[in-house]
Design a protein around this ligand. Structure first.
Ligand code: ZN
Length: 233
């Protein structure tokens, strides 16, 4: 199965998949698509996110016609950034960074922590789609982190599978309660993002090697629900 294009044709390498996909584009679609989706450095990818967020905050989004490039996107994808975001409905990465379909590879889980499934998805983006940047995106007033604090501090018992969501956040909640017992939520959100960044940076064998070689950068950030602004941590 061709991992980069979801077809069942055998592909010898990821690069040939990408090049094959690009070569298959129509002559009219190729220039704009190739230019927009040419390989970018990790720093250039981060700059693109920062500039997109500035447009979003200012109410000047440019990615609003999602039919543009649809035919080209059907053949391949090359997202320039991967986002590990909370599942909170108020945090919408494509909107917050003013990007269109095909631009961002988004993995979402309440509490934006790293689990094996999410890590595998991110490895797919980095290994097969050559995405140069991962951003772990926490946000203000995160309910998942707040729940983890209540579990640790108050002994809150959660039903169903919800305890599985708490455990990965627990170390950040415990650290924040020790550091700032009267107002632990903000520090816990920040520490939880930093923990995820560290986990990804040291994830062998794929991500850690790419970080060491400089072809991948992993950053933490926080989305402010009130302003829409994303601040790098
Ligand atoms: Zn959240």
């Amino acid at each position: 199965m061709c991992l980069a294009c979801n077809s069942k044709t055998f592909a010898p390498s990821r690069r040939s998949v990408l090049l094959g996909g690009l070569a298959a584009l129509s002559a009219s679609a190729l220039p704009a698509f190739a230019q927009e989706h040419a390989a970018v450095s990790p720093d250039a990818a981060l700059k693109r996110l920062v500039e997109g967020n500035a447009r979003y905050v200012a109410g000047q989004r440019t990615n609003t016609d999602f039919s543009v490039g649809r035919a080209a996107r059907a053949l391949t994808q090359r997202p320039f950034a991967a986002i590990l975001s909370c599942a909170d409905s108020r945090v919408a990465p494509e909107l917050a960074f003013d990007q269109g379909p095909g631009d961002l590879f988004v993995v979402r889980v309440a509490g934006n922590f790293v689990n094996d499934d999410g890590l595998a998805s991110l490895e797919y983006a980095i290994n097969f789609l050559e995405t140069p940047l991962i951003m772990v995106l926490g946000h203000s007033n995160c309910g998942a982190v707040d729940a983890a604090i209540k579990v640790v501090r108050d002994g809150l018992a959660l039903p169903g599978h919800l305890p599985d969501m708490i455990e990965p956040i627990r170390p950040a909640a415990e650290a924040a309660l020790a550091q700032s017992p009267s107002d632990p939520l903000g520090p816990a959100i920040t520490t939880n993002v930093q923990n995820a960044v560290t986990r990804l940076q040291t994830a062998e064998p794929i991500l850690a090697a790419r970080v060491t070689s400089g072809s991948l950068r992993i950053v933490g950030a926080q989305y402010d629900l009130e302003t829409g602004q994303v601040a790098l941590l």
